[in-house]
Design a protein around this ligand. Structure first.
Ligand code: PMP
Length: 449
């Protein structure tokens, strides 16, 4: 059943915004003060209507806003805070590093530990390099693929996000009326201001369609430096066979395969590649590997990564960066990885499974046209009766409901991402937090419909 509203959605939104405004005066003051110096918000993702909540502190799985209200955090800083907030072991490492001088323009020992740990966890990683963000990680991995292959084009999937640079910010959220046929999507720049030919360097592949992927990769293989792929995208469900087929298609056509695990690394000890049983040539990381600090990383086969090895005289490609491999970040990352044990993943993924079961049961019982997509401890909520397996299904869902549901969840003390996509559970959570969220979603849907 499609969701029917007895009142207009606008009326409900009006009521919810009124309640939001009444309970967050300090956040409002903060937002208004910022208008004279910020371009709307300190960063794009920090804005949502009517104005963002400003937080005072976080502890475990809770956030406390400037007005003293407490929320169960189901966003976890864009999925990065897998241990929740103010983790004592991370805080201790950071405190020690502050005392040792913060950052000294030379390695301090912790970098090797972190690189070894990543290579130990992930079978395909023979070498790894660190940078400051996921964006930098995909930029450098793609540059390395271009350098190695001597080819210029990049294949990426429609709806996939890999950071904000010209090689990948193409067809991330294309308007459906301009996106072309589903089996041969048109490459459209996502943001203004890109190099005029940015989209010409990108081949767009559709999720969940092996035949189309094979045809397009075969067609462009002589020009393709790499395929960059995030099997979880927005998140929507991907069949294991499809993920494996994409990897094999790259191999068969002699095209490098870059797996984007910037978000997905949080699903298993060995990340998405362990989960799906694939062996990428290069993999990109970010988010959790920095333990709450700005981090990115990319790594893979020695044959490729060693091209960056300037200790051997250099091959003509270089990667560095003022704050890359920052010892505070490496320390916080190591302190995080140490806590990400098999038991921790079992707990996190068990919570994800409980959420999926709880919401599926709710939607079934109440005959609600909604889908919950869960991967490990990541989840997204859609208002549609179709299985969400690609960008176009997600784009056709009833996105008008996400905002009022988001506000209705905040009202009940659950903090999700504004579009209800790419939300994440954290290690300090218990079954009761998940059950509370399921109940709150039920109440929110009732409130909005
Ligand atoms: N790849 C994926 C899959 C992402 O989700 C993101 C950010 N959400 C990025 C790359 C870019 O990472 P960053 O924001 O650290 O630049």
């Amino acid at each position: 059943m499609t969701i029917q509203t007895t009142r207009s959605v606008d009326e409900v939104i009006g009521e919810l915004e009124e309640s939001y405004i009444a309970s967050s005066p300090r956040s409002r003051d903060y937002f208004e003060r910022g208008q004279s110096s910020m371009a709307g918000a300190p960063k794009g993702a920090y804005f949502h209507k009517p104005y963002p909540l400003a937080m005072d502190r976080g502890e475990g799985c809770y956030l406390y806003d400037l007005d003293g209200r407490c929320f169960v955090d189901c966003a976890n800083h864009h999925t990065a805070q897998i241990l929740g907030h103010a983790n004592p072991a991370v805080a201790e490492v950071v405190r020690r590093q502050l005392e040792r001088g913060i950052v000294l323009g030379a390695p301090m020992g912790v970098e090797a530990e972190m690189c070894e740990e990543m290579c130990r966890r992930v079978a395909s990683l023979e070498r790894i390099r660190f940078c400051n963000s996921g964006t930098e990680a995909t930029l450098h991995a793609i540059r390395l693929a271009r350098f190695f292959s001597g080819r210029g084009k990049v294949a990426k999937f429609e709806g996939g996000y890999h950071g904000s640079h010209d090689a990948v910010e193409i067809s991330v959220s294309p308007p459906l009326d301009q996106a072309g046929p589903p089996e041969a999507p048109v490459a459209l720049p996502t943001a203004g201001g890109m190099a005029p030919n940015a989209a010409e360097n990108v081949v767009i592949l559709p999720y969940d369609d092996e035949a189309a992927v094979e045809r397009l990769v075969e067609q462009y293989r002589d020009d393709l430096a790499c395929i960059i792929f995030d099997p979880k995208a927005g998140i929507w469900s991907q069949r294991r066979e499809f993920v494996q087929a994409v990897r094999e298609c790259a191999r068969k056509n002699g095209v490098l395969f870059i797996l984007d695990e910037i978000v997905g690394f949080r699903v298993a000890m060995g990340g998405l590649q362990e989960h799906y049983g694939i062996d990428p040539d290069l993999t990109t990381y970010g988010k959790v590997v920095g333990g709450g600090f700005p981090a990115g990383a990319f790594g893979g086969r020695a044959e490729l990564m060693d091209l960056l090895d300037n200790s051997q005289g250099g091959s003509g490609i270089f990667q560095s960066g003022t704050f890359s491999a920052h010892p505070m970040v490496m320390g916080a990352g190591m302190a995080t990885l140490r806590q990400l044990t098999p038991e921790a993943f079992a707990h996190l993924n068990g919570l994800g499974e409980r959420l999926r079961e709880g919401l599926e049961e709710l939607f079934e019982r109440e005959q609600i046209a909604a889908k919950i997509v869960v991967l490990g401890s990541l989840f997204s909520l859609y208002f549609t009766d179709r299985e969400v397996t690609n960008y176009r299904v997600a784009a056709k869902s009833n996105q008008g409901l996400s905002y009022p549901i988001f506000l209705a969840l905040l009202e009940q003390g659950y903090y999700l991402n504004q579009g209800l996509g790419m939300c994440a559970l954290s290690l300090p959570m218990a079954a009761s937090h998940v059950d509370g969220l399921v109940e709150a979603v039920g109440v929110a849907i009732e409130r909005v419909t």
